[in-house]
Design a protein around this ligand. Structure first.
Ligand SMILES: NC(=O)c1ccc[n+]([C@@H]2O[C@H](COP(=O)([O-])OP(=O)(O)OC[C@H]3O[C@@H](n4cnc5c(N)ncnc54)[C@H](OP(=O)(O)O)[C@@H]3O)[C@@H](O)[C@H]2O)c1
Length: 211
């Protein structure tokens, strides 16, 4: 049975991952630090935190595995720096603390195109966080790289709504790597990676998340 730390449990992928983890007989407890409270559940520990001031040695960092679905957009964050804080600094801060307290497995929702050398800021940040995570020393590190996510978002994003309609209409003719990936599939793959803990570093491309 796994003690799982889930970051981003209030988001589209994170919420589905949370429901799957709470329902899984393989999960003993979910530790889900958030900035706003989640509905109570007997298997859930929900520390309310300021991600800019995460505690260094709270007991709840003692988990087996971490699943991270944190993220924002440059538009929502307000600046490139603020975006980088959420998509780069917070996952690394969580990873380092959990690793120090014994976690051996980390699974991250990254993004298609992630590459530290990319000229696209978003892809570069995702690539950098992937590379720095690889340097921490987890026995198992899984990096999921979905393309555009499909699913019921509480607040639809303007540009994303349009992209989803266009890509949705073209779905049958697009190469698999450009197809919309259901958030449900990403959540299932994230949880599976965290629980199975395959040894080494694994990158899961978008087309593999469709299956
Ligand atoms: N959307 C796409 O099409 C797409 C495509 C490829 C990859 N991805 C990546 O997939 C991951 C998950 O995406 P998603 O659409 O499920 O994300 P989402 O619904 O926007 O949820 C993001 C999560 O991050 C948290 N978060 C955002 N800003 C925060 C802040 N300043 N401080 C603390 N927590 C913060 C949110 O918490 P609150 O609820 O408190 O805001 C939420 O739990 C992200 O890393 C994203 O980059 C997305």
């Amino acid at each position: 049975m796994t003690r799982l730390l889930l970051a981003g449990a209030t988001g589209l992928v994170g919420d589905i991952t949370l429901q799957q983890a709470l329902a899984s007989p393989r999960v003993q407890q979910v530790v889900a630090p958030t900035r706003r409270p989640l509905p109570a559940h007997p298997k859930l520990l929900n520390p309310i935190v300021d991600f800019d001031a995460l505690p260094d040695d709270a007991d709840w960092w003692r988990v087996d595995a971490v699943a991270c679905a944190l993220g924002t957009t440059i538009r929502d964050a307000g600046s490139q720096d603020a975006f980088r804080r959420v998509d780069h600094d917070y996952p690394l801060a969580i990873a380092r603390r959990a690793h120090t307290h014994g976690a051996t497995t980390f699974a991250l929702v990254s993004a298609k195109g992630a590459a530290a050398g990319s000229r696209i800021f978003y892809s570069r940040v995702k690539g950098e966080v992937e590379e720095e995570l690889a340097g921490i020393g987890f026995a198992s590190l899984t990096l999921l790289r979905p393309g555009l996510l499909g699913g019921e978002r509480r607040q639809q994003r303007a540009g994303e709504g349009l992209a989803l309609r266009v890509f949705g209409a073209l779905d049958a003719v697009l190469p698999a790597s450009y197809r919309i990936v259901p958030a449900q599939r990403v959540a299932a793959a994230l949880l599976q990676a965290a629980l199975d803990a395959p040894p080494g570093r694994h990158v899961i491309p978008s087309e593999q998340l469709l299956r």
